[in-house]
Design a protein around this ligand. Structure first.
Ligand code: SAM
Ligand code: SF4
Length: 463
């Protein structure tokens, strides 16, 4: 596979097992100063099995998370627009040869209805998701562009979607340019596995069967001018340590060629899916403990990159991972086109996989507040063009933190005023008052002005 040197990864992981405690401690000290780690250092952290060292890794990850992102956690909802797919990925219910999945591509009016539903719940950020269109098929780039525009066009009172990120199949540079001009935020594409033999095995047919076309899509997206890129591994397909180091190698390529790494990294674990036997016997299934280690090591290796966790994970797991490095989560997700109008996602015959965290947005916000995290619907960086390299300059020394906390509090107050249940309102306002005590005079003054504006009915303000 392009950009991935499998022999080097194996050698690094083998060598890393010999790392002594003082060496690991030196690496952890380096990451506490928010410096990016080398592949060799990353391998040593991944290889560490001793519970005492793992505990130190967790503590360092919590420190870095707090230093860069503060207490805020960004919330979004996925919006599946189509489950029609030309590929046959062994792990996915949307695979073309799955007769159990009911196929559907939303009409533009249906897309708007789904967005209206999400806006009424208080959502502000959407990840648009689609299966891959067959060549000449209807669910192509024009359909994506029309859908993105439709999402932005919906208004519910003063509320609108602030940012549409997109997770769709690889496109050509020209198609990426079209997608970019529709106003998307992040373009997200998971390599699934960086291990070529496994890649070819689990993607037996369709356009996705070419691993180089997929990894090359990230380059094409950059070349088309999309500078917020999200990457990821589908954990469970191959050895998690290999995959993580390979993903870091991919990031090195991006940094070398485009001077900027990914905006976000996603860490999906394979979930059971209707008509999919692959998930029943997975030799590389990650334990919860390994999963926590993986998130912590990623947080240390690429401190300035957002880590996204989806509702594939249970509420308990998600709550544990906020401190270790996760900065964005999906909430109240449905993984089927039109799913927001149905009662129980996991019962439907058009879903992609089952959901681990079935809580409502309100419940998730309540839980974040109880754990002293600030739920955020902010999209200020993207709207102020603090993207790509500009974002990295802000994020690297940790200066984004002050802005993030402030914007998170502003969006939280808007949510509490307009959407929250009485119980969440009660704990939310109290939490804001508590948080204010930690602000300096200048920030407190700025925040008070924003809050006064919200009280007058103004919405969607940010620093
Ligand atoms: N079809 C496009 C593609 O594959 O890139 C984009 C959308 S696909 C619906 C989004 C992601 O879902 C895939 O990249 C894959 O990592 C993930 N996925 C597929 N099957 C899954 C499963 N059974 N459990 C968890 N995640 C899964
Ligand atoms: Fe299609 Fe994506 Fe599912 Fe593969 S993962 S079958 S490409 S929707």
């Amino acid at each position: 596979m392009k950009y991935i040197d499998e022999t080097k990864i194996r050698d690094l992981l083998k060598e890393a097992k010999k790392a002594s405690l003082p060496v690991i401690e030196r690496i952890l000290n380096k990451s506490r100063s928010l410096k990016r780690l080398s592949l060799q250092e990353a391998a040593m952290l991944l290889a560490a099995e001793d519970p005492v060292i793992v505990k130190k890794i967790f503590a360092a990850a919590a420190f870095v998370k707090d230093a860069i992102y503060g207490r805020r956690v960004v919330l979004f909802a996925p919006l599946y627009i189509s489950n029609i797919c030309a590929n046959a990925c062994l792990y996915c219910a949307f695979k073309s040869d799955n007769p159990l999945t009911k196929r559907r591509a939303l009409t533009i009016d249906e897309v708007k209805n789904q967005v209206e539903w999400l806006l009424r719940r208080g959502h502000k950020r959407i990840l648009m998701v689609a299966g891959e269109s067959a060549p000449g098929g209807r669910t192509n780039i024009d359909y994506y562009v029309e859908s993105v525009k439709a999402i932005y066009s919906v208004e519910v009172g003063p509320h609108r979607i602030k940012r549409v990120n997109v997770n769709c199949a690889p496109l050509s540079t020209l198609e990426f340019k079209k997608l970019r001009s529709s106003g998307i935020g992040t373009y997200q594409l998971f390599q699934e596995t960086y291990h070529e033999k496994t890649y070819r095995h689990v993607h037996p047919k369709g356009p996705k069967s070419d691993p180089d076309n997929r990894i090359g899509a990230i380059d094409r997206a950059f070349l088309a001018g999309i500078d917020d890129i999200g990457i990821g591994v589908l954990y469970g397909l191959y050895d998690w340590k290999f995959e993580t180091l390979a993903m870091l190698m991919h990031i090195e390529h991006m940094e070398e060629k485009f001077k900027v790494g990914p905006h976000t990294i996603s860490v999906p674990r394979i979930e059971p899916a209707l008509g999919v036997s692959f998930t029943k016997n997975m030799p590389y299934k990650l334990s919860d403990r390994e999963f926590k280690r993986l998130v912590a090591v990623l947080r240390l290796c690429v401190p300035y990159t957002g880590i996204i966790l989806s509702t594939r994970e249970t509420a308990v797991m998600r709550d544990a991972l906020f401190s270790l490095g996760v900065s964005q989560i999906s909430a109240e997700s449905r993984t089927s086109p039109g799913g927001y109008s149905s009662a129980d996602n996991n019962q439907n015959q058009d879903i992609q996989f089952t959901i681990g965290d079935q809580r409502s947005l309100d419940e998730i916000i309540g839980s974040l507040i109880k754990h002293k995290f600030i739920p955020s619907f902010c999209a200020a960086c993207y709207r102020k063009e603090r993207t790509g390299e500009a974002f990295m300059h802000l994020a690297r020394p940790g200066t984004i933190q002050g802005k993030c906390s402030m914007n998170a509090l502003i969006t939280l107050k808007e949510y509490l005023d307009d959407f929250a249940s009485s119980q969440v309102k009660r704990i939310g306002y109290k939490f804001i008052e508590e948080f204010k005590k930690s602000l300096n005079k200048h920030d407190l003054g700025t925040l008070s002005k924003f809050f006064a504006d919200i009280d007058k009915g103004k919405r969607d303000k940010f620093v």
